[in-house]
Structure formats: C-alpha cells, structure tokens
Design a protein around this ligand. Structure first.
Ligand code: GTP
Ligand code: PEP
Length: 220
C-alpha cells in the first residue's frame, strides 16, 4: 500500500458500531466503463479522463462521510495509482486479471487484519454526497447490508458485519445476490448513493442530481 489515510477517530458515538474502511475497486482506465465508451459520445482520451474524474469525486465524497474511517483503492492502473496517492488515498495493487470480486476480496484480506469493519463502494458515483453515504452507514447499524443501485438490480455499497469477511457478490444481478447472502437492503432517500454510471442515461441522471467538481469539469 502506498499511503495511509486511516481516520480511526471517525466513529459513531451513539452506537456500538465501528466506522468502516471502504474498498474501492477500479479497472484500468482503458478498460473501464466500456458500455459508456461504446455509446461513442467521447474519444478514448476524454473517456479515460471522465472515468478518472468520476472515481476521484466518488472517493473525495466518501472520505468526508460520517462513519467512514478510511478508503483503500484497489487498482492496477498507474495513472489512477499516482493520482490517488497524490491525494493521500491508500492504493493497493490489484491482482492480475482476477476480476471485481477477487479485487474486493484482496482489499478485504489486506484490511481485515487491522481494521474493525470493511465495506465495498463502487467507484462510479459522481453525484455522491457525504450525507447520503453517512446516513446509509448509520442505517446499516452492525448488520451485513447493501445499497441497491438506482435500477434496483446492482449494488453500490456493501457493508460486512464488524470483524466478518466482506463476501462480495458483485456482478449482474448483485442486489439479489447480496440479499440472498443475508445482507439487509438499505432503503432510504439516498439518490446520490444509488446513482452509479454505466451509460449516458445514467450520466444524465447523475448530472440532474449534481455532479462532483472533477466530473463536471471533465464533461464541460
Ligand atoms: N480493481 C478492479 N476493479 C474492477 C474490476 N472489474 C470491475 N471493477 C470496478 O468495479 C466497479 C463496478 O464495475 P462496473 O460498474 O461493471 O464498471 P465497469 O466494469 O468499468 O463497466 P463496464 O466495462 O461497462 O462493465 C467499477 O468501479 C470498476 O472499475 C477488476 O477486475 N478489478
Ligand atoms: C458490478 C456491478 O455494477 P454494474 O451492475 O453497474 O455493472 C454491480 O452492481 O454489482
């Protein structure tokens, strides 16, 4: 890991529930968000710039959320590694070509020995507001929990029980898969936490909610 941004002081005071360390997985920029790239609205360089901006806005918002004690980005991308390291965000090198759930298990294994509770946050939430993430974490209490995406089929946030493995089931139909694994659905008025971006329509939905500054600049 290349930096340490742990904040063990960020704990809920009214519950016996430790703050969470979030693993944020990100594909190499030239491979990421292939559905969005495939819609052809921007050239590959602009697409890579947008994916980077979205990830930076997502992590910047998550770092400011109550109940978040630290973030670890898992990626093999050199530009993402340099950018997040410069921002003081811990970066863990991804396993070669192992896939999303393997990347999350890798992050979970690295973290669980030294932190109280692990979660996973998707990196494609450019409208994320710290208050929405904080409210969802608070609603989770100490339960294994997940937040469905705005389509209701995917997952944007997964929280393990304190001290327990993350056991990620991301991929197609992951909301059902996480519910089937015993995770509690987190349902609340947290639009910005649910608005993951895979398509131009998703990007318009996120724009309507209010984009983070880097994403706004990248699409200007
Ligand atoms: N570290 C890592 N992150 C991954 C991997 N696969 C997916 N991700 C990340 O997991 C998150 C959720 O994945 P998706 O929403 O499907 O995003 P995506 O794979 O970039 O999008 P598509 O190419 O359109 O499927 C995104 O932040 C991806 O960058 C992987 O193998 N390793
Ligand atoms: C991998 C996932 O993202 P998406 O459905 O956006 O591809 C998921 O939600 O589990």
């Amino acid at each position: 890991m290349t930096a340490n941004n742990d904040r063990p002081d960020r704990r809920f005071s009214q519950q016996d529930c430790p703050a969470v360390h979030l693993v944020v997985p990100i594909k190499p920029l030239h491979l990421a968000k292939s559905r969005l790239l495939g819609e052809g609205a921007r050239r590959p360089e602009a697409h890579a710039e947008l994916v980077m901006a979205v990830a930076l806005d997502t992590v910047a918002a998550a770092r400011r959320a109550d109940g978040v004690a630290g973030i670890v980005v898992v990626t093999s991308d050199p530009a993402l590694t340099a950018e997040f390291t410069a921002e003081g965000v811990e970066v863990l090198a991804d396993l070669p070509a192992a896939g999303l759930n393997a990347a999350l298990r890798h992050g979970d294994a690295a973290l669980r020995a030294r932190v109280a509770r692990v979660g996973a946050l998707q990196a494609d939430l450019p409208a994320l507001r710290p208050d929405d993430l904080g409210a969802a974490i608070r609603a989770a209490g100490a339960d294994r929990s997940f937040c469905p995406d705005h389509h209701g089929t995917g997952t944007t946030l997964l929280l393990a029980e304190p001290g327990r493995p993350l056991d990620p089931r991301f991929g197609s139909g992951s909301a059902d898969a996480h519910a089937g694994s015993g995770a509690k659905p987190l349902v609340g008025p947290w639009d910005s936490l649910r608005c993951d971006v895979d398509t131009e329509a998703d990007l318009r939905a996120a724009t309507a909610l209010g984009l983070g500054p880097r994403t706004k600049a990248a699409i200007a």
